[in-house]
Design a protein around this ligand. Sequence first.
Ligand SMILES: [Zn+2]
Length: 171
Amino acid sequence: MTADSRRYCPKCRRELISRELGGRSRLACAVAECGFVFWDNPVPVVAAIVELEESIVLVRNAWWPKGKFGLLAGYLEPAETAEQGVLREVMEELGLQGTIAEFVGTYPNPGNNQLLLVYYVLIEGEPVLSAELAEIRRLAPEQLRPWPCGSGVALQDWLSKRGYTPELSPV
Ligand SMILES: [Zn+2]
């Protein structure tokens, strides 16, 4: 949810107004006694740089346009650790049990108000795609063209740590 999509207080249904709180302008309930503030905190999302037989697996979600690929990613379930969540996503989307090789880092994805928790995950075997994936693409590290935002920055970091200097793709 973005700030733009919130116009009414979820507690008392009155209009939200812009208010200066903690050094930022935030949407808050117009009624002081209600006290609701829309903090707009980012949502954690786990993402995986998946390696299969020395190639990196990029995915195209079923609702993405043709030609658009990214890292496998998903939301956490309640009470899950990020490690459990990323391995569950790999199992659900590719049908294979993964192993976490490295925590790559955390990356803001402000366009979607997310914080990405990115892992490097190894898999073995033949992927069986879930209905949520239209297709996957397997690329050697030197063929990867990271996109300059969100999980693409994680991919850039992962590649440069391994001595690659990838060309960036347009967003
Ligand atoms: Zn209210």
